[in-house]
Design a protein around this ligand. Structure first.
Ligand code: NAD
Length: 370
């Protein structure tokens, strides 16, 4: 338990719960970080190598993301140990066992994350009811299908263009990771007039300076293929996506992909973080020194959690798009103005804003963090 207490500070975590049921091979962790703003909201991640520490870091990130987005939710996260590609029935048993073990933890609302999806959220709804991100037929709003996060990213770019003398019309953009976030970000940016010149997935990169057909690429992915099977572009290896000259570079795949050793290879004017923690803090400092505008993850990719919070309140899809647009535009502007005014990194401005919102909520509570 020492590692968990080493992570604790004046914000949290409030609770760390280990779940173990050897009968079905279930091992999982729930971290409820801070619930001053309301019941915690954050996804259930399934991966073979997740740790309690990672869960605690992700729960803290949700405290800040939810506060920054002005949601009446605190931050929490659950991780389930196991290979997400295990047989469906086995995975369903683990998910059902995990949520049943956490049935009484009413200050945590289950949601999908990497390795889980709306199908497993339906199982949680069946068992305990306290979940968002369920299928449409159960009253859910399928956030990946409607492109909630990609829609939000496109609005972050629309605001950010004023801060780096860039015009979204004709801006050339690159996306690392053509999945739920990446393909919808591409679709909405194209609708605003921007031009996709390169995208990648786990199989490699494709590049065409004259532009890529996003509908054709989306159809390839829906058919279970890779973007490298698109034939109107030059193929490069996965890492080559970093070097491609563009106006807007969007990481939408894995954590820590841009770090001190490769940040100098980026040849862009703006980085918009679709993935969670895709750029290390040291690399963000270098971007700042080089005058490359950087919009931090929990500001730019909040569309998904805003959608989840609206589903929780019983709202509909029209309310989702209006709310994402309003919150993403306001927050991006507030963060970039503060960064400019105080000559600090956008991440530091974003953290200060989120921290202020959590502190304000805590000031009304009898207990500090719950
Ligand atoms: P996804 O699984 O739908 O898509 C990920 C894509 O990245 C896939 O196309 C995959 O092939 C590709 N990929 C994997 N490794 C890669 C690599 N090394 N190089 C290039 N591409 C690679 O996932 P997603 O839902 O789009 O999420 C992507 C990231 O965004 C994750 O970090 C996730 O935590 C974050 N995020 C997602 C949402 C959401 O609404 N889905 C919201 C906030 C943050």
């Amino acid at each position: 338990m020492n590692d968990v207490f080493a992570l604790a500070d004046d914000l949290g975590p409030l609770k760390v719960i280990h779940v173990h049921e050897p009968g079905i091979g279930l091992r999982g962790v729930l971290v409820i970080d801070n619930i001053a703003r309301g019941p915690s909201l954050g996804g259930v991640r399934m991966a073979a190598d997740v740790t309690t520490e990672e869960c605690a870091r992700l729960a803290r990130a949700m405290t800040f993301k939810n506060a920054a987005a002005g949601l009446a939710h605190g931050g929490g996260k659950a991780v389930l140990m196991g290979d997400p590609k295990m047989p469906r029935a086995q995975k369903d048993t683990l998910v059902r066992g995990f949520c049943c073990a956490l049935r009484d933890e009413e200050q945590y609302i289950f949601a999908p994350d990497m390795g889980t999806n709306e199908e497993f959220m339906a199982s949680i709804k069946d068992e305990i009811g306290r979940v968002v991100g369920v299928p449409r037929e159960l009253g859910g709003i399928p956030l990946d299908e409607i492109g909630a996060t990609g829609f939000g990213l496109s609005h972050a770019v629309a605001v950010a263009q004023d801060f780096c003398d860039l015009r979204i019309e004709d801006a050339r953009f690159v996306i690392q990771g053509f999945g739920a976030v990446g393909k919808h970000a591409a679709k909405f940016l194209c609708a605003a007039g921007a031009i996709p010149v390169a995208v990648s997935d786990s199989a490699g990169t494709i590049y065409n300076p004259d532009g890529l057909d996003i509908d054709a690429l989306t159809a390839l992915k829906s058919a279970g293929k890779s973007v490298i099977e698109y034939d109107k572009a030059e193929q490069r290896d996965g890492d080559a996506i970093i070097d491609i000259e563009c106006d807007i570079w969007i990481p939408a795949a894995r954590p820590d992909v841009i770090h001190e050793a490769n940040v100098h290879r980026l040849n862009t004017r703006m980085v918009v973080q679709g993935a969670n923690i895709p750029v290390t803090y040291a690399a963000e400092k270098i971007l700042h020194e080089k005058g490359i505008l950087n919009i931090p993850d929990f500001i730019a990719n909040a569309g998904g959690v805003i959608c989840a919070a609206i589903e929780y309140q019983g709202g509909g899809e029209a309310a989702v798009f209006a709310s994402i647009e309003e919150k993403l535009c306001r927050n991006t502007r507030e963060v970039l103005e503060a960064a400019q005014r105080e000559q600090i990194l956008p991440r530091d401005a974003a953290l200060a804003m989120a921290r202020r919102r959590v502190d304000q909520a805590m000031s009304h509570r009898r207990w500090h963090i719950f």
